[in-house]
Design a protein around this ligand. Structure first.
Ligand SMILES: *Cc1c(COP(=O)(O)O)cnc(C)c1O
Length: 400
C-alpha cells in the first residue's frame, strides 16, 4: 500500500497512472497530457531526454553508486569542478546530498556550527521569511512557515530559534536591530517563494539583506532548490546577490534522479578547516554524490549552457505575458509572472476546486493547491503547447 504525499488517504482521488513520458508529455493508458508542473518543477528538459538517458546509461555500465566515505569518483569530481566554475563568486565548496530538504538541513547545520567553531555560542537563531518553504524534514519545517508544521507548533509551541518576517525592508531592519548578535543565518527562497504560494518580491530586499548580513557577520543562505537553473528568469538569483551558502536541488539532475547540493563560500569553508577534529562537518548521507545523479547533473548543465536555455526561458516569459495580457476575473486576486513561472491567485480556494480534472480533459496536467493555480513548464516546451496550457487556465474562468 502506497502512502501518498500531502494527502488525506481516506478522501484522496485516484492518482493518474503514468505509463510513459516523453518531452513535455505524460502518458496515461488512454491520454496524453502536457505536464505543466514539470514533476515539482524539476523536469526542465522534459522526459526521456536522449542525452540525459545516455549519460546515465554510460555511467551505469561502470557502476551505479559508491559511497563518498573514503572513496571518490570522476562524476562527482567533475560535477563539483563544474559547479565551482559555473556558480558565481567564491561559492566553491560542494556538499552533496540526496534531496533538497537534506541539503537545507546541511546548510542550517553549517551555519550553526560555523559560529560554534568560533565560540560564538549566542548565535543559535535563524531569521526566515513568512510563507517560506524549505522542505519537510524537522529543521527545514521549523524555518519554513507552512501548514505542514502547524501540528508541531501545537505540540511543541513556538520555536525559540526561528524568527519569521515578511519580505519588507522595514521588517528586515527591525529584525536585525533586535536579533543581530544571536542570528547565525538568514535563509530565504530568493525572489520567488514556491510552495508558499508562488509569491514574488523585489531584488532590493535581497540587496538590503546582503548589506545587513555583512554589517553583522550573519550568513546569508539562498535556498534555490526551486528558483535555481533559470526558473526566475535569472540563471540563479545568486547571480544578482551573492549568498554565503547556496542550496540547489530539484532541477539539478534535470529532474531524473533525486540529488541536491549545499555550496559554501570560502569564508564558510574556512570556518571548518583547521587542526581540530571536532570542527569537522559531521554529516554524510549514504547516497551523497551518487554517480548516476552526478552524471545526469553534468549533462543537464551542459544542455542548459549549450542549448541557450536562458533565451528559452525569456521566450516562455514573453509568451506568458502576452497570453495573460488583459486577463481578469472578479474571482482572481492577482496574476503573477516571473521567468518560467505563472500563478493565478484566487480569493477563494473553492474557485479552483475541480480545475485539475477540467485541465486533464483538455490535455493538460496541473496540480493547483490552496488559492493557487500555476504553471511551471519544462523549458523545452513549444509555443503552441505553452499557449494551450495558458488558454486552459483562462478557459476555466471564462467557462464558469
Ligand atoms: C522542494 C523544495 C525543497 C525540498 O526539496 P526535496 O527534494 O523535496 O526535499 C526545499 N526548498 C525549496 C525552496 C523547495 O522548493
Amino acid at each position: 500500500m502506497i502512502w501518498y504525499p500531502y494527502e488525506q488517504m481516506k478522501t484522496m482521488k485516484t492518482p493518474y497512472k503514468i505509463v510513459d513520458a516523453e518531452g513535455v508529455y505524460l502518458y496515461t493508458e488512454g491520454q496524453k497530457l502536457i505536464d505543466s508542473v514539470s514533476s515539482w518543477w524539476s523536469a526542465i528538459h522534459g522526459y526521456k531526454h536522449p542525452e540525459l538517458n545516455r549519460a546515465i546509461e554510460t555511467q551505469l555500465r561502470k557502476f551505479a553508486h559508491v559511497m563518498l566515505g573514503g572513496l571518490t569518483h570522476e562524476p562527482v569530481q567533475k560535477l563539483s569542478d563544474k559547479l565551482q566554475s559555473w556558480l558565481p563568486g567564491d561559492l566553491d565548496y560542494c556538499f552533496f546530498s540526496d534531496s533538497g530538504s537534506v541539503a537545507v538541513e546541511v546548510a542550517l547545520k553549517i551555519a550553526l556550527q560555523y559560529f560554534m567553531n568560533r565560540d560564538e555560542a549566542r548565535r543559535t537563531m535563524v531569521l526566515a521569511l513568512e510563507h517560506a518553504y524549505h522542505g519537510d524534514t524537522f529543521k527545514a519545517m521549523e524555518v519554513g512557515d507552512d501548514e505542514d508544521y502547524h501540528f508541531v507548533l501545537n505540540a511543541y509551541g513556538q520555536s525559540r530559534y526561528v524568527v519569521h518576517i515578511p519580505t519588507e525592508t522595514g521588517a528586515l531592519e527591525k529584525a536585525f536591530a533586535a536579533y543581530h548578535d544571536r542570528l547565525n543565518c538568514f535563509i530565504v527562497e530568493p525572489l520567488l517563494q514556491g510552495a508558499g504560494g508562488m509569491r514574488m518580491y523585489d531584488v532590493s530586499f535581497l540587496k538590503r539583506a546582503r548589506e545587513l548580513c555583512d554589517q553583522y557577520g550573519v550568513l546569508l543562505i539562498f535556498d534555490e532548490v526551486a528558483t535555481g537553473f533559470g526558473r526566475t528568469g535569472n540563471r540563479f538569483v545568486a547571480d544578482l546577490v551573492l549568498p554565503d551558502i547556496l542550496v540547489l536541488g530539484k532541477a539539478l539532475t534535470g529532474g531524473c534522479i533525486g540529488h541536491a547540493v549545499t555550496v559554501a563560500n570560502r569564508r564558510v569553508y574556512e570556518g571548518f578547516y583547521d587542526e581540530n577534529p571536532s570542527h569537522a562537518l559531521m554529516h554524510g548521507p549514504t547516497f551523497m554524490g551518487n554517480a548516476l545523479a552526478c552524471s545526469a547533473a553534468l549533462k543537464s548543465i551542459e544542455l542548459f549552457e549549450q542549448q541557450g536555455y536562458m533565451s528559452k526561458i525569456r521566450k516562455i516569459e514573453a509568451i506568458t505575458r502576452r497570453e495573460m495580457q488583459g486577463f481578469s476575473d472578479p474571482r482572481v486576486k492577482e496574476v503573477r509572472i516571473m521567468g518560467a513561472c505563472v500563478c493565478i491567485e484566487v480569493y477563494d480556494p473553492d474557485t479552483i476546486a475541480g480545475y485539475q480534472q477540467f485541465a486533464c480533459g483538455r490535455g493538460v496536467f496541473s496540480r493547483p493547491f490552496l488559492n493557487y493555480m500555476y504553471a511551471m513548464v519544462p523549458y523545452i516546451i513549444r509555443e503552441d503547447e505553452l499557449v494551450a496550457v495558458l488558454q486552459t487556465m483562462k478557459a476555466w474562468f471564462a467557462e464558469r
